[in-house]
Design a binder for this molecule. Structure first.
Ligand SMILES: O=C1O[C@H](COP(=O)(O)O)[C@@H](O)[C@H](O)[C@H]1O
Length: 232
């Protein structure tokens, strides 16, 4: 695991995006299967991509999938897909057939199974499980990642690809990629910023242990190729 300390969040997102374009160039062949996260960090990233990367990324080569989704309709301001659609896909005219969304409006258990199948159908397999060309992960101020929270640690080693989770405070249902799929040989790019995350960031380099037993610590300790982009 590497940590890149940058002077501000925009610089961190630019360096992360250069890493993404390098991965795209290395793969060469289309399509490039990218899993997106949601939340505030993703909003900043989408705005930057539209402002500065409109002509610098081969958008047509990308196929978009999600790390997690809140179980709400796409029109809800909480929807991770809705946010990406408004801030990225519409401004860049991304074709609908390149977007593989999790349907947050459907019954969560059935949708988690359906999406696991959709991902399996489109992606190459590694260790009999789908593998993405890149996963952009987020980390919350409680050290959750994807929608795997400190009280749903069992989802880190769940053998399914996607399953149902629940936010510990709001009790909102979520559909999340499991730790097993996150760790299935995909490069992980992880932008993490903000005053409210300072305490989490301080522990990012620490190994997963009984005294550091958070979802983020588990993923970062087990990943073969993970880079965190943060501020000084
Ligand atoms: O709820 C979520 O939170 C995490 C972190 O989001 P942020 O707002 O702290 O940037 C995000 O990665 C995840 O996709 C989202 O559903």
């Amino acid at each position: 695991m590497k940590i890149e300390y940058c002077k501000d969040s925009k610089t961190a997102l630019r360096i992360m995006t250069e890493h993404l374009t390098q991965l795209m160039q290395e793969k060469g062949l289309e399509p490039f299967n990218l899993a997106l996260s949601g939340g505030e960090t993703a909003k900043q990233m989408f705005s930057l991509w539209v402002e500065e990367y409109r002509d610098k990324i081969d958008w047509n080569a990308l196929r978009f999938f999600w790390v997690d989704e809140r179980c709400v309709p796409a029109s809800d301001s909480d929807s991770n897909y809705g946010q990406a659609n408004r801030l990225l896909f519409k401004p860049l005219h991304i074709p609908e057939e390149h977007i593989h969304r999790i349907k947050g409006e459907k019954e969560p258990g059935a949708e988690a199974m359906r999406y696991s199948w959709e991902v399996k159908e489109y992606l190459p397999l590694f260790n009999l499980m789908p593998t993405f060309d890149c996963i952009i992960l987020g980390i919350g101020n409680d050290a959750h990642t994807a929608s795997i929270f400190p009280n749903t640690m069992e989802l880190l080693s769940d053998s399914r690809s996607y399953t149902v989770s629940q936010h510990p405070a709001s009790h909102q249902f979520r559909i999340t990629m499991t730790g097993t799929l996150i760790l299935n040989n995909s490069p992980l790019l992880i932008p993490v910023f903000g005053e409210d995350k300072k305490a989490v960031i301080e522990h990012l380099a620490d190994r997963f242990s009984p005294s550091n037993d958070t979802p983020a610590a588990y993923i970062l300790s087990h990943a073969v190729d993970a880079t965190v982009y943060t501020t000084e």
